[in-house]
Write a protein that binds this ligand. Structure first.
Ligand SMILES: *[C@@H]1O[C@H](CO)[C@@H](O)[C@H](O)[C@H]1NC(C)=O
Ligand SMILES: *[C@@H]1O[C@H](CO)[C@@H](O)[C@H](O)[C@H]1NC(C)=O
Ligand SMILES: *[C@@H]1O[C@H](CO)[C@@H](O)[C@H](O)[C@H]1NC(C)=O
Length: 495
């Protein structure tokens, strides 16, 4: 029974040693603290508020669904795999340097460690676990909305759009395989073929607006050092702790790599007893916060351009709803008009879109956003925050906007919008905290204030604005000449 003292000290750091943990720590699962590397099923298990969704009146029927989904669990990129391979060498040096010391606490897995991705030459793809996430989401979506998905497949009734990045289009295919399984004639799964379309990466302002927006790219580049500065004190502190705890001379950079490794192991390999076990739960909480801060500043509410540049997508969503309403008003039968618009993209798409519809805000914060006042960044633990990467954009994270028609009894608000975030109804701060929002109110209070922004105006670098090389008509060229304040601006820069 009597353990040597240093072992007793170590055990609280090992998540498997549940017997010695306090009740609160016993429940700590590192897999739900991985920010945007969190797996979808884990994210769904995180329930933070106890809000009870409204009952939808019986006479209300879904008539259209918009989906914006992030791709599922993916392999690390090639660059990150290289970083891990270098780290194996670096570890060798650290262990060598520690040899003379009497410390015996070094975890055995570190000796001779090799990256699990050693020898893999390509990265970034959707992995099996990610396929399953989207496939199952497709099946659940059909089960939940039989009114929408019992119709025969036609590419104009169920358009499926993905970015021109393979993990996103593979995600679209996995989702479609679930959604349309048992509906076709192909193989034992009775699959059917369906179309997934993509815009060119260079001009996909609907789903890859971040990649086409020059002003955003410069903002991001200029902002990265100051975000790093914000994270630095926390990383320094944890580095010190780790050096003392494990007797290895880790640098801040090593600790960043170890946190990255922890996230990959826990998320992709379901392994929490190696890199993750080097950190205490409270250190994990702080590292998670640094990731969330990053996401907030560069992809979320931290800067209005982050989400304003998503207006083409918001506009597309509103238009699709208006078209469905027109079809309904014209008495078209279900299946003769578009029932759902399904989109598969990236965290860089989902996060700004969530901001545009005001998710994760209270009423006061929603007002601040409308007034273009910056929001306070997410509070550092142990203070609570609602902006957590593990819930706002886990792998396969998604928003569904379901449009309901509630019959003709109530003429003032006949159509309603329900937003499901990761399949759960959410309260809309922009709609008086209702989770069942009259369409007109959704449009006027939530969408219109953003839709007054123009993508080109937001994204085009000032000096490039009057583009002479673009195949614009002479007329618009003359207009831009007249309206540009300075003739110097017409000097075109290279694109
Ligand atoms: C640990 O590393 C730092 C710089 O990375 C170095 O200055 C210091 O001498 C090292 N300490 C030991 C004990 O190796
Ligand atoms: C992941 O690990 C946990 C224990 O840490 C286990 O309960 C669970 O079944 C594992 N999941 C998979 C998919 O292997
Ligand atoms: C119409 O619906 C709204 C929202 O459900 C409700 O507040 C209002 O009383 C209804 N009006 C009529 C005339 O039924």
């Amino acid at each position: 029974m009597a353990n040597p003292p240093q072992i007793v000290l170590l055990l609280p750091f090992l998540f498997s040693a549940a017997a010695l943990l306090s009740h609160a720590e016993e429940k700590f699962d590192v897999r739900s603290h991985l920010s945007t590397v969190t797996r979808y099923h884990i994210s769904k298990g995180i329930s933070e508020n106890s809000f009870v969704p409204s009952n939808i009146p019986d006479q209300c029927k879904p008539i259209h669904l918009n989906l914006v989904a992030r791709h599922g669990t993916r392999a690390p990129t090639k660059k990150r795999m290289k970083e891990l391979e270098f780290f194996a060498t670096r570890l060798g040096v650290l262990l060598e340097n520690a040899k003379g010391q009497k410390s015996t606490v070094i975890p055995s897995w570190l000796r001779g460690w090799k990256s699990p991705w050693t020898g893999k030459h390509k990265g970034g793809e959707l992995i099996n676990e990610g396929e399953t996430e989207l496939y199952e989401l497709g099946i659940r979506t059909r089960e939940k909305f039989p009114e929408l998905f019992n119709e025969n497949y036609h590419p104009d009734v169920f358009p499926i759009k993905a970015t021109q990045v393979s993990r996103a289009s593979s995600s679209a295919v996995a989702f479609g395989m679930g959604l349309f399984s048992d509906r076709g004639k192909l193989g034992p799964g009775r699959h059917r073929a369906f179309a997934v379309t993509s815009e060119s990466r260079a001009s996909d302002i609907m789903l890859r607006f971040h990649d086409c927006c020059q002003n955003y790219k410069s903002f991001r580049k200029s902002q990265e050092p100051s975000v790093d500065k914000l994270k630095e004190p926390v990383l320094n502190e944890i580095t010190q702790e780790l050096v003392t705890r494990w007797g290895l001379n880790f640098t801040r950079r090593d600790v960043s790599t170890l946190w990255f490794l922890c996230k990959q192991e826990a998320s992709l390999l379901n392994k929490t007893d190696q890199a993750c076990a080097l950190f205490t739960p409270s250190e994990v909480g702080l590292l998670e916060w640094t990731d969330d801060l990053d996401v907030f500043m560069l992809k979320g509410y931290g800067n209005s351009l982050n989400y304003h540049m998503g207006v083409p997508l918001l506009d597309d969503v509103i238009q699709s709803m208006e078209q469905a309403i027109m079809a309904k008003e014209d008495g078209l039968v279900p299946g003769s008009y578009e029932m759902a618009r399904l989109r598969f993209a990236h965290a860089e798409t989902l996060l700004p879109f969530s901001c545009l519809i005001g998710l994760f805000l209270d009423g006061r914060e929603f007002q601040q956003i409308l007034n273009e006042q910056p929001l306070q960044p997410p509070l550092k633990p142990p203070q609570k925050r609602s902006w957590r990467g593990s819930t706002v954009a886990p792998f396969a994270g998604n928003n569904m906007l379901v449009l309901y028609s509630c019959g003709s009894a109530n003429e003032t608000s006949k159509y309603f919008v329900q937003v499901l975030h990761n399949e759960r109804p959410v309260q809309l701060a922009g709609c008086g905290n209702s989770d069942f929002c009259p369409f007109e109110e959704f449009k006027e209070k939530i969408a219109y204030p953003h839709l007054k922004h123009d993508y080109d105006a937001l994204c085009t670098v000032e000096s490039e604005k009057p583009k002479q090389t673009a195949p614009t008509s002479t007329f618009s060229r003359i207009l831009s000449w007249i309206f540009s304040s300075s003739a110097k601006q017409t000097k075109e820069s290279e694109l």
